[in-house]
Design a binder for this molecule. Structure first.
Ligand code: FES
Length: 103
């Protein structure tokens, strides 16, 4: 059964910023791109690099380890060396709260 978990306030994360949040031991990268929020599993599919700590340009996050890039909207690979997309999570904003839906 899925549930919505509050992870942050909208005021904590300005456009172009990201933060790492944890839900039940799972590390999730939460991004604000132009006022919209996106959540990805915070683990690079290439060799388990932590995506938070990488560089966010537009909708693309670059893994700090070997430079793989992913689209934060879909988790899809934008640039190798990763070739498998990253898991995404639905994000909802309720008032000033950011919530992530997990199974
Ligand atoms: S671990 Fe992310 S590019 Fe290698």
């Amino acid at each position: 059964m899925s549930k919505l978990i509050k992870v942050a306030k909208t005021s904590e994360l300005g456009p172009g910023q990201y933060k790492s949040v944890e839900i039940e031991g799972e590390h999730i990268a939460l991004f604000n791109v132009e006022g919209k929020f996106y959540a990805l599993k915070d683990v690079c599919t290439h060799d388990s690099g932590i995506l938070t700590g990488g560089t966010l340009r537009g909708h693309t996050i670059e893994c700090p380890r070997h430079g793989a890039q992913f689209d934060v909207r879909t988790g899809a690979v934008v640039r190798m060396p990763a070739y498998v997309g990253v898991e995404t999570y639905p994000v909802q904003v309720e008032g000033n709260d950011i919530l992530i839906k997990v199974e």
